[in-house]
Design a protein around this ligand. Structure first.
Ligand code: SF4
Length: 360
């Protein structure tokens, strides 16, 4: 089964918003201050991952004549390789942010890779009303190939511990389907079931927006190894994917009906249509969505977006949220026609809340 991974020449790389932002800041600083460029290159820009940058930096600080920096760095990186949750812990000030929102009476859901769930199980159980973990591979090999870390066992273990500590907290899986895992929908569903997850949802890979901290103007469908377009399916793969989806709809009718697998048959067929549309074999079709009427998206840098994919309508650094809600957001909604909007027709993650939800 894992031969499907080996067959694909372009190796996928995981998305790391924290590391992307650090690199962007370093690039900007290096351009503005040439005298710092060498240091920034050595400490950040030449490092492949956040963990490598940290190990380089910490080893330089801690190294002595007796215990040289190279040895400290090697030990540090061996520890990270053994326990990938250490890397996620470096990025985690999420609990402090969660407490801030909870103090204002908000109900919170956590979307996480799941690598550090075991470590933070008690903290998560105390703060979040639902948890979604990423599950892009059903075997350790496929998981590592897609996400770049040997982490499936850590996710499985983290879910097990969280379920034991907080059986009342629903735990879902989210699986981004692309050319590296499209053959394995049934296996991913089986893996989610064996982990005791309440649901697994499948979505397509976004290759056209600047969401997920991708730089604006990123080369898209015709891009090189760094482009998300490497995740698109070939025509033969799209045919194969369609067969996988139709088989899943037949063999997993009950799980689909009970929403233990999502989306339903129409949504699963839309995944196939999305990849066919990129091959110009079909038209892009917008989903039913009222996200900008029921939610908004605030980025770590203060940018306020109407949803994950549309450009910001303003920034909290410049204006109060209440002001953006009273003019910029209504203006955006007035101009938006979801069925025809080019961003909406290529959307991979929509929201369609029912009438009982509060709309703006
Ligand atoms: S369809 Fe997607 S891009 Fe369009 S408003 Fe909804 S979430 Fe945003």
């Amino acid at each position: 089964m894992d031969s499907a991974v080996a067959k694909n020449a372009a190796e996928p790389r995981s998305i790391d918003p924290v590391w992307t932002r650090i690199r962007e800041a370093a690039q900007t600083a290096a351009a503005a201050e040439p005298v710092l460029a060498g240091t920034l290159h050595a400490t950040i820009l030449s490092q492949p991952k956040f963990e490598n940058a940290l190990s380089y930096h910490l080893a330089r600080l801690a190294g002595t004549t007796e215990v040289p920096a190279a040895l400290i760095r090697q030990t540090f990186e061996e520890a990270i390789a053994r326990d990938p949750s250490i890397g996620e812990a470096f990025r985690a000030d999420i609990m402090a942010v969660a407490d801030l929102f909870r103090a204002r009476g908000m109900a919170l859901q956590l979307l996480t890779s799941g690598l550090a769930l075991r470590r933070f199980a008690d903290a998560v159980a105390a703060r979040f009303q639902a948890v979604t973990v990423s599950l892009d591979g059903h075997t350790p090999e496929l998981y590592r190939a897609i996400r770049g870390v040997d982490g499936l066992d850590a996710v499985v273990d983290g879910v097990r511990v969280l379920r034991a500590r907080a059986p009342h907290v629903p735990v879902w899986a989210r699986s981004t389907i692309h050319r590296h895992n499209f053959r394995f929908l049934p296996e991913l569903a089986a893996r989610a079931r064996s982990m005791g997850l309440d649901q697994i949802s499948f979505l397509a890979a976004d290759v056209t927006s600047d969401s997920f901290n991708r730089p604006a103007g990123l080369p898209q469908v015709a891009g090189g190894a760094e482009s998300p377009a490497r995740l698109l399916l070939t025509a033969d793969e799209a045919d194969e994917f369609e067969a996988v989806v139709e088989s899943l709809i037949r063999t997993h009718a009950r799980e689909l009906q009970e929403h233990r697998i999502a989306p339903g048959p129409d949504g699963l067929r839309r995944l196939v249509g999305y990849y066919r549309a990129h091959l110009r074999q079909a038209r892009f079709v917008a989903p039913m969505c009222n996200a900008p009427w029921a939610s908004l998206f605030i980025e770590a840098n203060g940018a306020v977006r109407p949803c994950f994919f549309h450009p910001p309508v303003g920034s909290l650094r410049d204006r109060r949220l209440a002001d953006l809600l009273s003019d910029a957001m209504p203006a955006f909604r007035d101009a938006l026609d979801v069925p025809t909007n080019p961003t909406c027709t290529r959307c991979v993650c929509s929201l369609n809340v029912g009438l009982r939800s509060k709309l703006w």
